[in-house]
Design a binder for this molecule. Structure first.
Ligand code: ADP
Ligand code: MG
Length: 688
């Protein structure tokens, strides 16, 4: 159909805008917009065969014998086609006037859809169709289906990609010797195969992305990521930071004043951190250690080095309960040694806040502990040398960056991040390639292992008995309420009811309640009473999940444990087993258990090792959920899958290393070309 020139221009502009929305700006962007799946339109079967097949999607061809708009029960277009072997009804609930005309009687159409046997015989609802001439050739390759955006149809995408393929520069950015050595396909044939797979292609390999053509594309993508991360690391090292070289009186006195000796693992990670802090470029180190491994004291000693060297330090935690606990503990350690510690959270009164801001800005406070409130613009430091982020995975990338920008002009503070959620190696190598990692792999001595049992919910009465007996022995108990993801109100109600029920069943004990809707001051009253052992049983929602530290608590009951994820269960369980008393964790579950829930509870019974739990979690859930979606290494990757393509990550890292260290102009040009091709403007994003 001829169209007027003005119309053509308008159409092109809007299609371009829609493509841009998908991030498709250049020809190469289009060429690398690879199909998410394929449709087989290479075969037509008869209507009779399709009727016998049923269920599956099939393609038939026939001539329209009837075309009517029916109004029962609602307006719809009914089109009948026939191919001599049988009749088929096509039903369209939403349609345009143009479609009614297009599907006029006598028109030959090729129709693709799922055939169902309805009341009026065989029918397809909303099939894909194409008007064809008799004998029109069938496609010889599978039809690609592309990830599309709003208002962008597959034919428009296909055409745009097809045209880009003709124009694009196919120069291979992987050096020939590397391709040969790693047995990688060449780029052009690999990409062409993925867009237009020939009929005889191994469809399974194509679908599960194990085909060599996919391997090539994934390798390129991973290489771009590794190159970019390694360059970000160089860029970071080019920035200036205060060299915190003095391990002086405060560090020594603090360590001497501790009521315990550091474990070997704590000493080792502290030495790693201490060496980084001496450097005149920013540290970016992740301190990993299982729950209860003693990360807090390590961070306090790192802060002491900053303070000894004449700089301020800040410690940020994701919840008020946790931040306040850190504040109390650290202030109790530091203030007797003459160090002023400031406390900052959103719930402070206006005057208190202002006082904190002033102390931080004047430098009177050498250490600041707080929540997200530390990130506000009004918070300015005299000379921030070290920022510490506890439970770092709870914060967004942007938030960590904000803290990094609070240093003195031109000097980036060192950053120490802490997490009890172990990150599997492949993830650490991708997203965290620009991060040094220290691991505390030893628990403080004298901890007795936690025994974990799974118990059917209908034995709740026995469990309450057990709680009673434990309390009479002087032990303290956490009772964790079920997680109700759908409704916070319902979760609150359940917590309140559980509390009432336990208070009634245990009249001789003091049973407290803490949940997320309480005001910080109210929470604190309860936590204080529990810490001081004036309260024997604490009914809690998941607010106690992170960091809470009451060593005398040695029994934990988790209700509806089947609703929690593995890492959450591990974090919760980490609240007990902190003292020398043998600790017990009872996982109450509602039967029957699903497969995944069963696996999770079994894992919890079998191990208390956070790394092992993380490994199994990865098996059960896949890597996407390990980190916030936007932070995850996987989120940067469109094609490679960290679970199945770990081996390619290793290869890509080695090649990236070689390319960057070769120091020849050709290699440098290769790096640039590869990054430009794969990341274009997205490199900024990877840097954070
Ligand atoms: P996490 O690594 O989970 O943040 P914490 O820093 O809260 O762990 O430490 C858990 C508990 O262990 C705290 O009560 C802490 O005082 C204690 N602790 C830390 N290090 C040691 C040690 N070397 N010896 C004995 N107890 C320790
Ligand atoms: Mg902690």
């Amino acid at each position: 159909m001829p169209v007027s020139p003005s119309k053509t221009t308008k159409k092109t502009v809007s299609a371009e805008a829609k493509l841009a929305k998908l991030g498709l700006h250049t020809d190469m962007d289009l060429v690398l917009h690879l199909p998410m799946r394929y449709e087989d339109e290479t075969q037509v079967i008869t209507i009779e065969e399709a009727r016998l097949h049923g269920g599956d999607t099939s393609q038939v061809e026939g001539v329209v014998t009837k075309n009517e708009i029916a109004y029962k029960p609602r307006r719809q277009l009914l089109v009948h086609i026939s191919d001599g072997t049988g009749d088929l009804q096509l039903r369209f609930m939403n349609f345009y006037g143009s479609q009614v005309k297009q599907l006029a009687e006598g028109t030959r159409v090729r129709v693709r859809g799922e055939l169902k046997h309805g009341f009026f015989g065989a029918e397809m609802v909303h099939p894909a169709y194409k008007v064809v001439n008799e004998g029109a050739p069938l496609p010889t390759s599978l039809t690609p289906v592309y990830p599309a955006g709003e208002g962008l149809s597959q034919p428009v995408l296909r055409r745009a990609i097809g045209e880009a393929m003709k124009r694009v520069d196919w120069t291979d950015t992987i050096p020939a010797d590397v391709r040969r050595q790693l047995q990688l396909s060449d780029l052009e044939p690999a990409v062409k195969l993925l867009h237009y797979p020939p009929q005889q292609v191994d469809e399974h390999a194509l679908a599960d992305r194990s085909h060599p053509a996919w391997t090539r594309v994934k390798f390129d993508e991973l290489l771009a990521q590794q190159l970019s991360l390694k360059r970000a690391q160089r860029a970071r090292r080019a920035k200036g930071s205060p060299a915190l070289t003095k391990v002086g009186a405060l560090s020594r006195n603090l360590e001497a004043a501790l009521p315990f000796k550091l474990t070997g693992a704590q000493k080792r990670v502290l030495a790693e951190i201490s060496a980084d802090l001496r450097q005149p470029y920013p540290m970016q180190r992740l301190l990993q250690g299982d729950v209860g491994s003693g990360k807090t004291v390590v961070s306090a000693l790192a802060a002491a080095q900053a303070i000894d060297s004449g700089y301020q330090a800040a410690l940020m935690a994701p919840t008020e309960i946790l931040a306040e606990q850190h504040f109390r503990k650290i202030a109790a350690w530091m203030e007797p040694l003459g160090v002023k510690v400031a406390w900052l959270t959103g719930s402070l009164k206006k005057k208190e806040k202002q006082a904190a801001y002033d102390m931080i800005e004047s430098g009177e406070a050498r250490l600041v502990v707080g929540t997200h409130a530390l990130l506000q613009d009004v918070v300015t430091f005299e000379n921030l040398g070290l920022s510490i982020v506890d439970e770092q995975h709870r914060f967004g990338v942007g938030q960590r960056l904000t803290l990094r920008n609070k240093g003195v002009e031109g000097a980036v503070p060192h950053q120490l991040m802490m997490s009890a959620t172990p990150i599997p190696r492949t993830l650490a190598m991708t997203y965290y390639a620009d991060l040094e990692v220290s691991v505390i792999d030893e628990l403080p001595p004298g901890r007795s292992p936690i025994v974990t049992r799974a118990i059917d919910q209908n034995r709740r009465d026995e469990v309450i008995e057990r709680v009673h007996a434990a309390a009479l022995e002087g032990r303290q108990i956490y009772w964790v309420c079920p997680l109700i993801e759908e409704s916070e109100a319902l979760q609150l109600q359940t917590a309140t009811e559980t509390h009432a029920l336990l208070a009634e069943a245990l009249p001789d004990l003091n049973v407290g309640l803490v949940h997320g809707r309480m005001k910080p001051a109210e929470k604190q009253v309860v936590m204080d009473a529990f810490s001081a052992n004036e309260m024997q049983v604490l009914v809690a929602t998941t607010v106690i999940e992170v960091g809470v530290d009451v060593p005398n608590a040695s029994l934990m009951v988790i209700e509806h444990a089947e609703r929690f994820g593995l890492s959450q269960l591990h974090q919760l369980r980490g609240r007990v087993g902190r003292g020398s008393a043998a600790s017990v964790c009872l996982l109450l579950y509602q039967s029957p258990l699903g497969h995944v829930a069963k696996q999770r509870l079994m894992t919890m019974r079998e191990t208390t090792d956070g790394f092992e739990i993380a490994r199994r979690d990865l098996e059960i859930r896949g890597p996407g959920e390990f980190l916030g979606a936007r932070q995850s290494g996987q989120a940067m990757l469109r094609f490679a899958d960290l679970e199945t393509d770990g081996w390619l990550v290793d290869q890509a890292r080695d090649v990236a290393h070689d390319l960057l260290h070769a120091n020849t102009p050709e290699k440098a040009a290769t790096v640039e070309a590869h990054l430009a091709r794969w990341l274009g403007g997205r490199e900024e994003f990877l840097k954070v």
